[in-house]
Write a protein that binds this ligand. Structure first.
Ligand code: C5P
Length: 238
């Protein structure tokens, strides 16, 4: 019997009969302001699942170790069960979002080098910023583990900046999460979709990510479907 383990903001995690395998269900739902706003969008789960599948398959082909096993259906995928590291790893290539508001900057300037920020995952505390010494002192991860995860973030940044640029989009920033497999190895987990990255059209600078919902700019599912169509086109050419 399958058991529901967790309902998040956009996904459900189910324990399958195999103790090492989870089934992820992408829901037709989007949230903003850390879950304080929530809306239903038909077709959004299907688009996010399809995009995340393409991106994870692309990363695996390029040597990144991940939890991804396979896409099961429009809204479902199978992943290896992980004990999640309770951190969000944000990489920024361009000034946007909270980086702009925190430092009083205008959005849009390309950063001299990518910026790496870590946040402690806690809905109750609104995911506060956490630095390396606090992460290590609290036993969340070791210096070596942090270095390993940040190296993967850099590799993902290089690979996906290239992939999205080919698809006519600038990878502005993105959030990754990691987990430990049962043997302790750390792998890339969670998802990669326009829910957790910023993508700007390279020609028009139009937002092609969850900011269209956060800022009420365009229809969310239509936007995600456009990202998917562009990715499918460039991946077919690879
Ligand atoms: O809001 P902020 O500018 O810090 O977001 C940076 C990037 O991380 C964005 O791409 C955003 O979608 C992503 N993010 C996320 N989940 C969070 C916070 C940020 O996916 N809880």
């Amino acid at each position: 019997m399958e058991k529901l383990l967790y309902t998040g903001k956009a996904k459900q995690m189910w324990q399958t009969d195999d103790p090492e395998v989870l089934r992820v269900v992408y829901m037709d739902q989007a949230t903003a302001l850390n879950g304080k706003e929530k809306d239903h969008f038909a077709g959004k789960g299907k688009a996010a699942n399809a995009i995340s599948t393409l991106v994870f398959q692309y990363l695996i082909q390029h040597g990144i170790e991940t939890h991804f096993i396979k896409k099961l259906s429009d809204n479902e995928e199978l992943v290896k069960k992980c004990t999640m590291v309770p951190l969000e790893f944000v990489t920024r290539n361009v000034i946007a979002g909270h980086f702009a508001s925190r430092y009083g900057l205008k959005e849009g300037k390309v950063l001299a080098t990518p910026v790496q920020e870590t946040f402690f995952k806690s809905d109750q505390l609104d995911d506060p910023f956490i630095n390396e010494s606090a992460t290590v002192a609290l036993g969340i991860a070791t210096h070596d583990e942090l270095a390993q995860m940040w190296t993967v973030c850099q590799e993902v940044d290089t690979l996906l900046t290239h992939l999205f640029a080919k698809a006519g989009m600038q990878l502005v920033d993105f959030k990754l999460e990691f987990g430990h497999l049962s043997d302790g190895r750390i792998v890339l987990a969670d998802e990669f979709s326009p829910d957790n990255c910023r993508l700007w059209d390279l020609k028009t600078n139009a937002h092609m990510d969850k900011d269209v919902y956060r800022r009420n700019l365009a229809d969310l599912t239509t936007t995600y479907d456009k990202v998917l169509a562009r990715l499918e086109e460039v991946i077919a050419e690879e």
